[in-house]
Write a protein of this length. Structure first.
Length: 171
């Protein structure tokens, strides 16, 4: 059955030879539209397993707009997700999983150890402020100690983060 949509410019979707090519796909797909009180509205759907009122779920969906693109940019740029290490699917899958684990650990560290002021900062800011500070690693009585100057601006932040990590429940 070959039925056209309301727009005669769109291809017949049931016949494979008439389907638009990927290069011009964006210009050929029409959003669902509805007219109500002489105004045109674009329709969209949200599929979720969240419980709650439809209006509440729609508000939640609109609030998080752009967050997935931001997360993809962090994975691609800051964590080398845009440069896969091999031509092998298995190696690249392991690379991707390690990168996602690193991103999740970074997010957990910022939320739980560093606090609210650090949650929205990128990994580069974290690296310049806390990771790349000068220090000396000392091996003493079956343990490693990292010595940093107590006058360094990161000193208080690191002490507070260490205390918050130690206060987390074990297990």
């Amino acid at each position: 059955m070959n039925s056209r949509t309301t727009d005669p410019e769109l291809p017949l979707l049931s016949h494979p030879q008439n389907v638009a090519r990927p290069a011009d796909f964006g210009s050929r797909i029409a959003a669902a539209k509805m007219e109500f009180n002489a105004q045109c509205y674009k329709l969209f759907g949200v599929v979720t397993n969240r419980a709650g009122d439809g209006e509440e779920i729609t508000r939640w969906h609109r609030e998080r707009c752009g967050k997935s693109e931001e997360a993809h940019a962090v994975m691609k740029d800051a964590l080398a997700g845009g440069r896969l290490s091999s031509g092998s699917f298995g190696v690249n899958a392991a690379w991707w999983q390690i990168m996602v684990l690193a991103m999740n650990l970074n997010t957990l560290f910022k939320r739980e150890a560093l606090g609210d002021g650090w949650v929205n900062r990128r990994l580069k800011a974290l690296r310049y402020a806390l990771i790349g500070i000068p220090g000396k690693v000392v091996s003493r009585s079956r343990g490693l100690i990292v010595r940093i100057c107590n006058r360094h601006p990161a000193w208080e932040i690191l002490l507070r983060a260490r205390g918050r990590i130690l206060a987390l429940p074990a297990g």
